[in-house]
Design a binder for this molecule. Structure first.
Ligand code: AHR
Length: 326
């Protein structure tokens, strides 16, 4: 089994540094010169949903506002392509890499190779396996939401809405990604103290609307006794709502729904009473990431985890949010 310790031992011994592109354990993080403009690489995961499109737009808007060059890549839902995208950014000698890693483990080589090449890297929105790469040592910092807390907040709101009694279908995000792992954990940790709240079926819909629809349809046919849905993102939620309605069911009555993100469609579904809670996962990373780069260039200490503050939307407060929904 590959562990961080074994990788670092190999690297420190000078052999096979290549496999994971490791520097010796004692090597420092790459420095960044203070400049007026930077050439930033942004390695996006995929562009198949409104959240991702908004995240990319936020990066592009911020680069344009500051007059910085943005080298943008889209991994099209492939971790292997995303590793290749980061390698291409290293070859182009960008000043900094902002990486939104699709999955926790396959992106480790990209993180380590950027460090070895002397290019500071920030993880944006998703994390990598903390036993294999660490903020402040292998990459500068993680900037993003607390996904465990998002799962916990969904569980808390759902439990309240159903008076502690529900048979729940869980639509899980991309297998091996930090939001899928952490949102499942936050939810499970909360409901274990509420015996009436049971997850009766759980399967990945890969954070995608079509897949969410197909997976929900199958799970609901197998479990018609389900009374609630916990979905790891709004796109899968919208797919599931379509499947419920096609089956003649009423979302918000036959099944009580908790979701995560804050897309325009989900905000509207909240207004319409189809969804009971949407926990925000803010995709607007441009300002915070570019500010962190500026601070790093000035030699300031960067906190290893820069956590976004997310809101909880319900029918009561969603109207005010709608104009900024994406
Ligand atoms: O990493 C954040 C998650 O990824 C968002 O919740 C989801 O919509 C996106 O694909």
């Amino acid at each position: 089994m590959i562990t961080r310790r074994s990788l670092l031992q190999v690297a420190a011994g000078g052999a096979a540094v290549g496999a994971f592109g490791l520097r010796p354990a004692y090597a420092e993080l790459p420095k960044l010169a203070q400049k007026d403009t930077y050439k930033i690489g942004f390695a996006q995961t995929e562009s198949n949903n409104p959240w991702r499109l908004q995240q990319t737009k936020s990066m592009q808007d911020e680069a344009a506002k500051r007059g910085w060059q943005l080298v943008y890549t889209d991994a099209a839902s492939s971790a292997a392509k995303q590793v290749a995208d980061v390698r291409s950014m290293i070859a182009q000698r960008v000043d900094v890499i902002l990486l939104a890693p699709r999955e926790e483990r396959p992106l480790i080589p990209a993180v380590m190779e950027a460090k070895k090449a002397g290019i500071p890297l920030f993880l944006i929105d998703r994390n990598v396996d903390a036993s294999l790469a660490k903020p402040g040592e292998d990459y500068v910092a993680f900037i993003g939401s607390d996904f465990v807390e998002e799962g916990r907040l969904c569980a808390e709101a759902l439990t309240k809405a159903v008076n502690g009694e529900a048979k729940i279908i869980e639509l899980v995000g991309t297998i091996g990604s930090s939001p899928a792992n952490d949102r499942a954990k936050g939810f499970a940790d909360y409901i274990k103290d509420h015996p009436g709240m049971q997850v009766i079926a759980s399967q990945s819909g890969d954070f995608a609307r079509d897949k969410g629809r197909q997976v929900f349809e199958t799970l609901y046919q197998a479990h018609p006794e389900a009374t609630a849905l916990y979905s790891h993102n709004d796109e899968m939620t919208m797919g599931a709502i379509a499947a419920m309605e096609a089956a003649g069911k009423v979302p918000g009555k036959d099944l009580i729904i908790a979701s995560i993100d804050g897309t325009k469609d989900a905000a509207q579904a909240l207004m319409d009473g189809k969804v009971v809670v949407v926990v925000e996962c803010n995709p607007n990373f441009g300002p915070a990431s570019f500010d962190a780069v500026v601070r790093y260039g000035k030699g300031e200490h960067i906190e290893p985890n820069l956590v976004n503050k997310d809101r909880v939307f319900t029918k009561e407060n969603v109207e005010a949010y709608l104009p900024e929904a994406y």
